[in-house]
Design a protein. Structure first.
Ligand code: HEM
Ligand code: SF4
Length: 570
């Protein structure tokens, strides 16, 4: 599925999927062969010819983890874009092989938590029929390449990053040199100055913009990451030309592959290498490699970009007509609809269209979970209203990218009937949470129940509007899968003398003003933590000035006052 694909433009499928690359027979044959290999491996495990230890590296190559209670299958959604047929395939897996739901993660993957070993091959077959797989969703390789959920739609976007995300996907899939890196490696790419991809907390974050002669250039952030050593990535290049994108990525990966700390799993990520060498020395080594390599081999010519782009379907936008007037009228007539439009939509570049964020965070619900029925509905809505395309966000919500404004009311009604109409995007109940101790073998504490308690405590919509933008992220252990460091208010599950407890961090951001949340004080029990959050919010409401967000007030006022309300209540 790698460089070969780039010369296969003529094999393009007749009907192209909107917003993503259309597979051809070469891609499909590869997936089928891979499944056959795995079938044999699973059969050997079931027959007892392979121990779990022997089976482990084989299953991980196919995104199959072993969790606390069952196997878990992690499926990649490249650059977060799904077709309706793919969404129905996910619904089918949830229904037939899981307990009726799937869990969207912070890296545009979906996880199925209750897969039986004997069903795994059938699940992979369902995925393959819809041009999906779980390859490279585990292991020390280049993982799913994530992108902006409003790619190709957002008004503030400078260029659609998905064609380059696809080029990177093809380059990194089964790349022989980078299949056994010192540690996992995560890319994110955006084409907007507003960072919606957490670029600065990725191993490599790319921000694209139009450069000279209309060809893209990239700012390259490297060495960002969360986990036990959270680090904001540094800018290595501001002006990487499109033609050198792959060569430069290859150079970075080579330096990392050669010098990353394979001796210590906790120091093996590229962020540690960048910190150890210093940005200047790391950059010098990358440039040295870059200059020495056969760059012509990796050069991205305009013809290649055009060939990949030609495999993407593009939405055929209707003229604006009376769409905006229709929306304005619907908003006047229906207050609840108006509230949802305010929070759950994003400005579109095409007149008459809008992007819709569908919250997977109902009051008291499990963040990021979607049932099979909800997935089927999302597929139907994508077909009827958004060119058959659905996107996944890194905040565990989903997006209909291109909805005509005068159809929004219908979309909202259909969503609301299915429990998907919560108007809380970016509010305090739009909580991100990892699976935690309910599923994860590495967890210290349960992330989901505390997320549910917080979301119930703040369920009142008036109160949520009053509080405004506030990001709460929860991780069940220091691995930080829930991005707690990057939240305005982060919650980390710890083990306090054998009991589940939670530490609060304040002041983090995963956006262009990226910062790492600071620990407020000692960890507390679950209920105490929920009360502490209430007190922090009360203080913010008292102290905020001029429409400040929680994060702004915290940054202005400083930690001490916030610490006092939690640890020294009057
Ligand atoms: C359930 C099984 C999972 C396991 C065993 C697992 C394991 C890990 C480990 C060990 C790390 C730390 C890596 C490091 O610092 O080098 C990590 C980081 C991370 N994981 Fe997970 N994880 C799981 C689920 C998830 C889920 C559900 C999400 C999304 C909600 C996720 C997203 C991430 C992210 C975003 C990071 C931190 C960013 C970074 O890589 O620096 N993981 N995971
Ligand atoms: S943060 Fe910890 S508990 Fe949560 S999913 Fe990651 S490894 Fe598991």
């Amino acid at each position: 599925m790698s460089t070969e694909t780039m010369t296969r433009a003529e094999a393009a499928p007749a009907v192209l999927p909107v917003g993503r690359y259309g597979y051809d027979q070469v891609d499909r044959t590869f997936l089928r062969e891979r499944i056959e290999q795995f079938r044999d491996q699973v059969n050997r495990r079931i027959a007892g010819d392979l121990t779990e230890e022997e089976f482990k590296p084989l299953r991980l190559m196919n995104g199959l983890y072993l969790q606390l209670h069952a196997y878990m299958l992690r499926v990649a959604v490249p650059y977060g874009t799904l077709g309706s047929k793919q969404v129905r395939a996910l619904a089918r897996i949830a229904r037939e092989f899981d307990k009726g739901y799937g869990h969207f993660t912070t890296r545009q993957n979906i996880q199925f938590n209750w897969i039986k070993l004997e069903d795994t091959v059938a699940a992979l077959e369902v995925l393959a029929e819809a041009d999906m797989h779980a390859i490279q969703t585990s292991g020390n390789c280049i993982r799913n390449i994530t992108s902006d959920e409003f790619a190709g739609a957002a008004k503030d976007e400078l260029l659609d990053p998905r064609v380059h995300a696809e080029i990177l996907r093809q380059w990194s899939t089964l790349h022989p040199e980078f299949t056994f890196l010192p540690r996992k490696f995560k890319f994110a790419i955006s084409g907007s100055p507003h960072d919606r991809v957490v670029a600065r907390f990725h191993d490599i974050g790319l921000i694209a913009r139009p450069g000279p002669h209309g060809r893209p250039v990239f700012e390259v952030f490297v060495g960002g990451g969360l986990g036990r050593t959270p680090i904001v990535g540094v800018s290595l290049r501001d002006d990487l030309p499109e033609e050198d994108l792959l060569a430069y990525m290859e150079a970075i990966l080579r330096v990392y592959n050669a010098h990353g700390r394979r001796d210590n799993i906790y120091k093996a990520r590229i962020k540690i290498l960048v910190q150890a060498l210093g940005t200047d020395e790391f950059r010098r080594q990358v440039e040295e490699e870059f200059v020495a390599m056969d760059r012509a081999r990796y050069r991205i010519e305009p013809a290649l970009v055009a060939a990949i782009k030609a495999r993407f379907g593009a939405p055929d936008f209707a003229p604006e007509g009376n769409a905006a007037a229709g929306l304005a009228e619907d908003r006047r007539r229906d207050i609840a609809f108006d509230a949802w439009i305010r929070t759950n939509t994003h400005e579109h570049k095409a007149p008459g269209y809008i992007s819709v964020v569908i919250s997977l965070k109902p009051a008291g619900g499990i963040p990021g979970d979607a049932t099979a029925e909800q997935l089927d509905l999302l597929a139907d809505l994508a077909d009827e209203f958004s060119f058959g395309e659905l996107r996944v966000t890194h905040l565990q919500n989903v997006v209909l990218g291109h909805v005509r404004q005068d159809q929004l009311h219908t979309v909202w009604q259909r969503l609301s009937q299915a429990g998907l109409g919560t108007p809380n995007v970016n509010f305090i109940t739009d909580i991100v949470a990892c699976p935690g101790l309910d599923y994860c073998a590495l967890a210290n504490a349960r992330s989901i129940p505390i997320a549910q308690k917080l979301s119930s405590r703040f369920a009142d919509l008036e109160l949520q509007r009053e509080i405004g933008d506030l990001r709460i992220n929860i991780s069940g252990c220091i691995n930080a899968c829930g991005h707690h460091h990057a939240a305005h208010l982060g919650i980390l599950g710890v083990d306090k003398r054998g009991q589940e407890a939670f530490q609060i961090t304040l002041g983090g951001s995963g956006e262009e003003d990226a910062s790492i949340g600071q620990i407020l004080g000692p960890a507390m029990a679950e209920d105490e933590t929920v009360d502490a959050v209430s007190r922090l919010i009360d203080l913010y409401l008292v102290r905020r000035e001029n429409g400040e967000r929680f994060l702004d007030t915290y940054r202005r006022v400083g930690t001490a006052a916030f610490k006092d309300v939690v640890y020294a209540p009057a």
